[in-house]
Design a protein around this ligand. Structure first.
Ligand code: ADP
Ligand code: MG
Length: 237
């Protein structure tokens, strides 16, 4: 008899944490040095919560976001996205889960320079094989949410730094993720523009109920999140 392997349900488990790390360790073992970056990190991010992570440069914040976002594997321990255990998934299943449940914003916008803001924002939906006209319609709505409806047909090179980060946020939101992982999203902006960007993150969190995990150097901004944790010596506390 052929035993059929059960397909994991990538729709996730409703009601539980949107993201979970359980006893996660990450060791980089390249070259002569073993770098222990994450040591027994456990974390649960609840639906709709806004969590800030602070910590010195090199303390492992980006590594943690990569592991939480299924872009990197922990050396040991487990990561669950919407209750789905990542270790059991193939790379393509991880991509599907990431595309459906998570959004990403980085310090640098990573927009494609040859595409308009609208088409950049539509990209995660095109990847989902949504018809182009419908994807563009949703992208328009997402751009309106970040106050950039009028800039839809501009290329990234025609936008200011703050506007580009807003487009990156719209791209992260267009798929209606449960949680956005933002790695120093204001790190490349001047003080005033950074405040405006953070205001927008708070507004989106409150209006759409999207959970956020935001890595930032800025303690003032971090203080505005619902919860704040610090990375130090590989530990999160
Ligand atoms: P942060 O985002 O807090 O500045 P990172 O997560 O980028 O910190 O890096 C944490 C530590 O892990 C640093 O010591 C860094 O040099 C090391 N590190 C990051 N990525 C790699 C890698 N691919 N190979 C080896 N070491 C790495
Ligand atoms: Mg970093």
């Amino acid at each position: 008899m052929i035993k059929k392997t059960r397909e994991p349900d990538l729709a996730g488990v409703p009601g539980g944490p949107v993201l979970q790390a359980l006893g996660v360790h990450k060791v980089y073992d390249e070259g002569p040095a073993r770098v222990r970056v994450l040591e027994d990190v456990s974390l649960a991010v609840q639906a709709g919560e806004m969590l800030a992570i602070v910590g010195a440069s090199g303390s492992g914040k980006s590594t943690l976001l990569h592991v939480l976002g299924l872009l990197d594997q922990p050396t040991s321990g487990s990561v669950r996205v919407a209750g789905v255990e990542a270790a059991a998934l193939s790379e393509s299943q991880k991509s599907v889960l990431r595309n459906r449940k998570l959004g990403f914003v980085y310090q640098f916008h990573h927009l494609l320079s040859e595409f308009t803001a609208l088409d950049n924002v539509a990209m995660p939906l095109i990847v989902r094989r949504m018809p182009r006209s419908q994807a563009r319609e949703r992208a328009r709505e997402a751009l309106a949410k970040v106050g950039l409806a009028a800039r839809a047909l501009h290329a990234p090179g025609q936008l200011s730094g703050g506007e580009r980060q807003r487009v990156a946020l719209a791209r992260a939101l267009v798929g209606e993720p449960a949680c956005v992982l933002a790695d120093e999203p204001t790190g490349n902006l001047d003080r005033h523009t950074a405040q405006g960007m953070f205001d927008l993150l708070v507004q989106v969190n409150q209006e759409l109920g999207t959970a956020f995990v935001i890595v930032t150097h800025d303690l003032d901004l971090a203080g505005r999140a619902g919860r704040r944790l610090t990375m130090a010596d590989g530990k999160l506390g």
